[in-house]
Design a protein around this ligand. Structure first.
Ligand code: DC
Length: 222
């Protein structure tokens, strides 16, 4: 079974996916981390984004794996490395390169074949797994997403103003939704879960009920 969780940055996809995967005993796949891993390798190898031949080589030579909360590229753990500012600043451009996108989508489909996976991203229910059994579009207002990010920044000692964070959230939303490759869209058959006024636990419970309902429906078919 494939559970697709799509939604904008800061909607809580990461945390919700992690908790749900543990609860349901599904494999969690963070597709953003896959784009980040390729971006990290591009930076390591100092490859220009115009050099498509070199990028193709990187794609062929890169083995991305997940083990619990850790991400590996060619057996090297890069869990923290892919969260640096350097990677964050470049990943959007890298994820727009058609060759990168095609390779990642193919890999994601392989990972989800004949497996119980919960996959989070932007285009999972619309493009990667249009036939996913469960599709969730996790949303929250830009103001609430900015508030969450602002508080995370404070905890990490990163100095920003709420207004700056809100501006950035709106900018990313615009880019994600108007992107010409893998844009963030709501699949027609997705269930929209708005987490603006919900706790993480409430979101997890809501999605669990949607999954249980789906499983019951599938079983009733036999
Ligand atoms: O969710 P994130 O911030 O880790 O995602 C990193 C980047 O990858 C971000 O620019 C959006 C992009 N992305 C994408 O284009 N498609 C996905 N399925 C997941 C992420």
């Amino acid at each position: 079974m494939v559970i697709a969780i799509d939604g904008p940055a800061g909607s809580g996809k990461g945390t919700v996916t992690e908790l749900l995967a543990k609860d349901l005993n599904f494999t969690k796949i963070d597709t953003g981390a896959m784009y980040r891993a390729i971006t990290w390798e591009v930076i390591q190898k100092k490859v220009s984004l115009e050099n498509i031949e070199k990028i193709k080589e990187i794609l062929c030579d890169s083995k991305i794996e997940f083990q619990k909360e850790s991400v590996f590229l060619n057996q090297r753990e890069i869990t923290n490395e892919i969260r640096t500012k350097e990677v964050s600043n470049l990943v959007s451009q890298v994820s727009h390169i058609p060759e990168v996108r095609n390779a990642m989508v193919e890999l994601q489909r392989k990972m989800g074949k004949n497996a119980n996976v919960i996959m989070e991203g932007r285009d999972i229910g619309t493009n990667v797994f249009p036939n996913a059994e469960v599709k969730i579009y996790l949303d929250a207002s830009p103001e609430e997403r900015a508030r969450r990010r602002y508080e995370q920044n404070l905890e990490k000692g990163i100095s920003t103003t709420y207004e700056e964070v809100l501006e950035n959230v709106k900018f990313r939303d615009y880019n994600d939704k108007t992107s010409n490759v893998g844009p963030l869209k709501i699949a027609e058959d997705a269930v929209i879960v708005d987490s603006t006024n919900l706790t993480i636990e409430e979101v997890v419970e809501t999605i669990k009920k949607i999954v249980e309902k789906k499983v019951k429906k599938e079983n009733a078919k036999c």
